[in-house]
Design a protein around this ligand. Structure first.
Ligand SMILES: NC(=O)c1ccc[n+]([C@@H]2O[C@H](COP(=O)([O-])OP(=O)(O)OC[C@H]3O[C@@H](n4cnc5c(N)ncnc54)[C@H](O)[C@@H]3O)[C@@H](O)[C@H]2O)c1
Length: 307
């Protein structure tokens, strides 16, 4: 097992002024990376801004001889963050899309602003930073991108319609970029962390906060960003030194045949079989959907139309 090093690599960590982002930034710097420490420095619900958050992490990195520069732009202006990387270090290799905040409310009470702010930071922010870094990664034939979803994004959660929808969007973005970037060695993976931070300190006591310290998430991100890692398009749950991969699963399903129109009553009558996972299989890519339905009806849905 060789040591993972990031010499000559430039990393952007968004939202690196505290919590998980700070922990990633410190570890990348310890392993030789040049780090852009981005943080707008707002509150846990996305209000205000302050340059102190990013500055203090840059100071920490410099104190142990590491190389880092601060950036205070909102991720909504991702091109400026990438510009900071290029202006200071001349390249960009790794993007950790981590910045975010919560505006939890039941769907009944949620205002448009709660919805928009969450989409702006999590979805538009990750899109803007990654979009600006993408051409550099493609041109140099190397890139690693991490998207941060949440268990709420994978499973849904009461009071988090905005957050879970936005975090779900990042699953789709990460998986599609994994497909589009693969040929050029630009790999994207998605993580759903569990960490004690200011976002969770209101719900957990000190014992849990300590056991879920952000440092316990860091090894996964470091591994996924290693140039020798071939993991691409994965979704991982991680926290408290627990590391697990998540995938979707498809029941065998029921095919009624396409000769006659099937009624809703017929579907209802086979509901248990449709939802039966006894003979399930992992549903790993879009092709498998076409194969599954094609096998059921005896057609090759992947075959292209004759011109
Ligand atoms: N802590 C958890 O258990 C948990 C669970 C699931 C997902 N997450 C996700 O992990 C990420 C990090 O969360 P954390 O727990 O470390 O929270 P945190 O509040 O400690 O860190 C988030 C950082 O992002 C910064 N930020 C917010 N808006 C920004 C913007 N527009 N531009 C730049 N920076 C901005 C904040 O200033 C803050 O420093 C978030 O995306 C969060 O949704 C966390």
């Amino acid at each position: 097992m060789s040591n993972i090093r990031f010499y000559d690599k430039v990393v952007i960590v968004t939202g690196a002024g505290g919590g998980l982002g700070r922990a990633y930034a410190l570890e990348f710097a310890k392993r030789g990376a040049k780090v852009v420490v981005n943080d707008l420095g707002g509150s846990g619900s996305g209000e205000g801004e302050n340059s102190r958050a990013a500055d203090s992490v840059v100071d920490e990195i410099k104190a142990f001889g590491g190389d880092a520069v601060a950036n205070y732009d909102s991720v909504e202006f991702g091109e400026k963050i990438v510009e900071t990387a290029i202006d200071n270090f001349g390249r960009i290799d790794i993007v950790i899309n981590n910045a975010g905040f919560l505006r939890d409310k039941s769907f009944t009470k949620m205002q448009d602003n709660d919805w928009d702010m969450i989409f702006n930071v999590h979805v538009d922010g990750a899109y803007k930073v990654t979009k600006a870094a993408w051409p550099y990664m493609q041109a140099q034939g190397f890139g690693r991108v991490i998207f941060t979803t949440s268990a709420a994004g994978i499973y849904g959660n009461f009071g988090q319609a905005n957050y879970s929808a936005a975090k779900s969007a990042l699953l789709g973005l990460g998986k599609t970029l994994a497909i589009e970037g693969a040929r050029k060695n630009v790999f994207s993976n998605v993580i759903a962390p569990i960490a004690g931070s200011r976002l969770t300190e209101t719900i957990w006591d000190d014992e849990i906060l300590k056991a879920t310290s952000p440092e316990y998430v860091v090894p996964l991100v470091i591994k996924l960003c290693d140039e020798n890692s071939d993991e691409n398009g994965g979704v991982f749950e991680v926290g408290a030194s627990w590391f697990a991969k998540v995938r979707t699963e498809r029941s065998k399903g029921v095919a009624f045949g396409v000769k006659d129109q099937v009624s809703a009553e017929q579907v209802a009558s086979r509901w248990e079989d449709i939802c039966d996972f006894e003979q399930s299989e992992p549903a790993l890519d879009i092709g498998s959907t076409f194969v599954a339905v094609g096998n059921m009806v005896g057609l090759d849905l992947l075959a292209k139309k004759d011109k």
